[in-house]
Ligand binder design. Structure first.
Ligand code: KIV
Ligand code: ZN
Length: 522
């Protein structure tokens, strides 16, 4: 690696909105994707892969909206190595400040033979044609050799050399099935950088999946071998076991700059907020012991550790919680705080509410302060996010009542406003939450499957806010919702109403399901 190149920051390519959205059960609306893209820009990632426009009108609309609005990062759209995909990708990103087309085709014997039913020569021809077409639209073209780590390295040299000659500016080496190991991947990247014609003129990128739990280690091994770009996702979400986790890659580069000698341009104090946003909108909970962003990542349980940290933080902490923007434990406001202090804290957290919105949020804050001694920044964020969901809908939960006990059939009565009209419905269920859900279904006239339900406390203490997350399935599509309240039944009801709103909004734009792309048929 040349001295100059080794000092360049590693390019952070975020694919939360594309590969991350391919996580089982995750389906984001256009408004939610836009919200995440805005936050990724605040996090200062270099590239946002906004979606795969050919797959659905919704994906196309999201990529187009992000391209039109989000400035700073490169906005990238994915396309198979075929004309309709590439044209559609370009249509979606044409308005972007810095547009990139990312085209891919599989190169492993197993994929070429069984999936594509193409010979290596045909694959090479399709790859070159795809890059040439993409290049006719934009100078920034990325090419990926899908399943590269199970491909013949000599064939990779051939196809990468050919696409570079055709105009590709980024060459991506995906470990599509999470099969490689750090040592093997280091050798592959070193080999390719030496053998591929024109390698020194392009960006070498890697894209690692986590099937063996090695995605981050493999990505870092590639950086050590001279890779310039790492593709990753917030919270490591993605197909199957997910992708390399952005926060882990970025914090490893920062914390072990002595090892890698290269950092990234990511603004790390936005990591925690980005992780929470993605968790909330995808409905995919972050495990408590997840590195960097898990609830326990900075918690010290043993007395010896607590004592050590109090005496000297670095005894047991290799990163500072502030470095990832963790301020959740800080007491910020109390029962006697006024509107002015409330508004100031919200502005500091990045929420600029109108007077009317502020009044609504302030009322919720006072209600909470009556029931909860200490209000933290995390509580404030929770209030705003619950009061102003990214996607509002036709359904508003007004009130509910439940009767429950171990000797009685649980029953619920709910009052909602639906399409501007007040409705009250009652139902029985297996428990109080189930009864509320049955009553809500009646109120709106649908009965989706409840696929996932989880409940956790937002902050510590017996008076903490309860946070419920639900995932509903209806006509083959998933809808997630989250609800917050000091009362767990209320939190559960709010989560269900939020998911129903998404379902109802989606049924207005029927026929927008993602299409399953069969590459063999190309
Ligand atoms: O995992 C993979 O191979 C991909 C490519 C489209 C880059 O996601
Ligand atoms: Zn992938």
């Amino acid at each position: 690696m040349s001295e100059e190149k080794s000092k360049r920051p590693v390019i952070i390519f975020d694919t939360t909105l594309r590969d991350g959205e391919q996580s089982p059960g995750v389906s984001l609306t256009v408004a939610e994707k836009l919200e995440i893209a805005r936050q990724l820009a605040r996090l200062k990632v270099d590239v946002i892969e906004a979606g795969f426009p050919i797959t659905s009108p919704g994906d196309f609309a999201a990529v187009k909206a992000i391209a039109a609005e989000v400035k700073g990062p490169v906005i990238c759209a994915l396309a198979r190595a075929v004309r309709p995909d590439i044209e559609r990708a370009w249509e979606a990103i044409a308005e972007a400040e810095k547009p990139r087309i990312h085209t891919f085709i599989a190169t492993s014997p197993i994929h070429m033979k069984y999936k594509l039913r193409k010979t290596p020569a045909e694959v090479l021809k399709a790859a070159v044609a795809a890059v040439e077409l993409a290049k006719s639209f934009t100078p920034d073209v990325e090419f990926s050799a899908e399943d590269a780590t199970r491909s013949d390295p000599e064939f990779l040299v051939e196809i990468f050399s050919a696409v570079i000659a055709a105009g590709a500016t980024t060459i991506n080496v995906p470990d599509t099935v999470g099969y490689t190991t750090p040592e093997e991947f280091f050798r592959l990247i070193t080999f390719l950088r030496e053998k591929v014609a024109g390698a020194d003129k392009v960006t070498f990128s890697v894209h690692c999946h986590n099937d063996l739990g090695l995605a981050v280690a493999n990505s870092l091994a590639a950086v050590a071998a001279g890779a310039d770009q790492v593709e990753c996702t917030i919270n490591g979400i993605g197909e199957r076991a997910g992708n390399a986790s952005l926060e882990e890659v970025v914090m490893a580069l920062k914390t072990r700059a002595d090892q890698y000698g290269r950092t990234s341009s990511v603004y790390t104090p936005e990591i925690s907020r980005t992780s929470l946003l993605v968790e909330r909108l995808t409905g995919m909970p972050v495990q408590p012991n997840k590195a960097i962003v898990g609830a326990n990542a900075f918690a010290h349980e043993s007395g010896i550790h607590q004592d050590g940290v109090l005496k000297e933080r670095t005894t047991y902490e290799i990163m500072r919680p502030e470095d990832i923007g963790l301020t959740a434990g800080r007491l910020v406001l109390g029962k006697h705080s006024g509107r002015h202090a409330f508004r100031e804290r919200l502005i500091a957290l990045g929420y600029n509410l109108s007077d009317e919105e502020l009044e609504r949020a302030f009322t919720r804050f006072k209600e909470l302060a009556d029931r909860k001694k200490e209000i933290t920044e995390r509580d404030l964020e929770a209030i705003v996010q619950a009061e102003f969901p990214v996607e509002a809908g036709e359904l508003t939960l007004e009130s509910f009542q439940v009767t429950s006990g171990n000797q009685t059939v649980p029953m619920a009565q709910v009052s909602v406003t639906f399409h501007g009209e007040r409705r009250t419905e009652a139902a029985t269920g297996n428990g109080p939450v189930h009864a509320v859900y049955q009553a809500l279904n009646r109120a709106v006239g649908v009965s989706p499957e409840l696929r996932e339900y989880s409940l956790k406390a937002v902050t510590a203490g017996g008076d903490a806010l309860g946070e419920a997350t639900v995932r509903l399935e209806w006509e083959g599509q998933s809808y997630t919702g989250r609800g917050l309240a000091p009362d767990v039944v209320e939190a559960s009801a709010r989560a269900y109403a939020a998911a129903l709103n998404k379902l109802l909004n989606a049924s207005k734009t029927k026929g927008e399901k993602k299409v399953a792309l069969a590459e063999g048929a190309l």
